[in-house]
Design a protein around this ligand. Structure first.
Ligand code: BG6
Length: 484
């Protein structure tokens, strides 16, 4: 890997502390950082380099998966960290940034290879891209890359405007739009499961699959992110990016090669095949919900409208269930059910592939219904797969009963999503990052839905700590399915 300088915008923020710094530290610990590297963190807080290094040690102790006996290692790592107090709106600060980068590079014998990570308020993204270019920070002699957090725009128009601004400073191949779901072990494993096993691929189509269910449920509520969340809602926060990415990984055709563009090309084709909603049929296919008060175990939970910072008349959705179709040769007629929400009864991300039933001529259980075969890809908290099959009932002849084949892996020592993705960006592999045409097509598909929401699409309340609004159950029941 090339020697490089990592520039972290938002270096004292929550994401930096919880995810980015621990990820860099774990890479360091596992010998995956380049031979020579430095990190320059930027944030508005005035802070000395020493206090920032202390912040690093704490963040690593608190949040790294290798948090055990780390103080020495963490201090060693912190020596690579530099700090600059920086206001992203202030042109002069970009002049200081440029000279600081050059000084660090000189002192550490680094080539001018720079990776910029924007982990900051999204309304600053455009400004930063503009000034990086204008003040010559991206006119370096080595390579440059930009890692950018979501949300990439708020709708198609704003995403296009942002992209235009970014492309004036960075070429598309230099832009790494991060979607941390693509860094999850089991999400990356979908490709291998599908394309390296002869028992799945022949069945992976509308002849054998009855429906696909993609769930990402959370226990947490809006937390302290009300400013952002009120604007985003579950649709923009989870569906436009994470849920569609999971869908693409399940539905894509085999790529011609396992290279970045071949994989992304196939994902884009899925988005092109997604059936568009127009504002009149959204109600039929999409359920939106908002959590009301409830409880988790013995803990009472307030409703969304009573959360601090939330407009008491807000119609922002905290839950979405959708029935979507990939209108191509492979998937014609197979519904993909997507469901995501906050303040539900569990934290879980999984994909369930439900296979069609065989004619129930030979085996049937007492209710006359053979259980369907299910392939479940467990993304979180378990990482693994399970396959539900039918076997002979040990008690009764001629009766089939379900058996399950399970594989799960020990997750403790596995790299986390951010670790994998940052490592990829540092070594110039953007396979698991979102290409511009993916973002664009995703917004094109989302915009009519948000339009329908703005026009008063029904908002169903659900109790905090429950499994979501009953209307989400109905969405499947009309097709004879239930959520697994
Ligand atoms: C983020 C969303 O992208 O993903 C959050 O902004 C959400 O609202 C989070 O809580 C969920 O991620 P994970 O990895 O915990 O499923």
């Amino acid at each position: 890997m090339d020697n490089q300088l990592f520039v972290l915008f938002g270096g004292s923020g929550d994401l930096a502390k919880r995810k980015i710094i621990p990820a860099l530290y774990n890479l360091f610990l596992n010998g995956k950082m380049p031979e020579r590297f430095a990190v320059l963190s930027l944030s508005r807080k005035p802070m000395s380099r020493e206090s920032y290094q202390e912040f690093i040690v704490q963040s690593v102790q608190e949040f790294s998966r290798n948090a055990g006996d780390v103080v020495d290692k963490a201090r060693q790592f912190a020596k690579h960290m530099h700090y600059l107090s920086f206001d992203a709106r202030e042109p002069n600060d970009y002049r200081r940034l440029k000279t600081t980068l050059e000084d660090i590079e000189m002192a550490n014998h680094l080539p001018q290879n720079r990776i910029f990570y924007l982990s900051m308020a999204p309304d600053l993204f455009e400004q930063v891209a503009l000034y990086l270019k204008e003040y010559g920070v991206t006119q370096n002699s080595g390579w440059r890359r930009l890692i950018i957090e979501k949300p990439f725009g708020h709708d198609l128009a704003s995403a296009e405007a942002l992209n235009e601004r970014i492309s004036s400073a960075f070429q598309e191949h230099e832009v790494y739009r991060i979607d941390h779901y693509l860094g999850k072990e089991m999400v990356q494993n979908i490709e291998v499961l599908r394309f390296a096993n002869s028992i799945f691929e022949p069945l992976w189509n509308n002849r054998y699959i009855s429906n696909v269910q993609i769930t990402s449920s959370e226990l947490v509520g809006v937390e302290n992110r009300f400013g952002y969340y009120e604007q985003a809602g579950a649709l923009r926060d989870m569906v436009q990016n994470h849920m569609l990415q999971l869908l693409m990984m399940v539905a894509m055709e085999p790529p011609s090669r396992l290279n970045t563009e071949a994989v992304r090309d196939e994902k884009v084709k899925v988005l092109r095949s997604l059936r568009k909603f127009d504002s009149s049929d959204v109600t039929q296919y999409i359920v939106r919900g908002q959590y009301s008060s409830g409880e988790f175990g013995v803990h009472p939970l307030v409703g969304y409208l009573d959360e601090s910072g939330i407009d008491p008349h807000s119609t922002t959705e905290t839950f979405i269930a959708a029935k979507v179709f990939v209108d191509n040769f492979r998937w014609a007629g197979v519904p993909f059910f997507i469901r995501t929400g906050k303040r539900l009864n569990r934290k879980e991300t999984k994909i369930v592939i439900e296979f069609k039933n065989l004619p129930e001529r030979l085996y049937f259980n007492q209710n006359g219904k053979l259980l369907t075969n299910l392939l479940t890809i467990h993304v979180h908290p378990t990482e693994g797969i399970s396959l539900q099959l039918n076997g002979k009932s040990p008690e009764q002849d001629g009766v089939a009963s379900p058996i399950s084949i399970d594989f799960s892996q020990e997750t403790k020592d596995l790299p986390e999503a951010y670790e994998r993705l940052i490592f990829d960006a540092m070594r110039d592999d953007s396979t698991f990052f979102t290409r511009w045409d993916e973002v664009k097509l995703a917004w094109k598909w989302i915009d009519p839905i948000s339009q329908s929401f703005a026009n008063g699409h029904p908002l169903n309340l659900y109790k905090s700590g429950s499994s979501g609004p009953k209307e989400a159950e109905e969405l499947l029941r009309t097709d004879g399915h239930t959520w697994w």
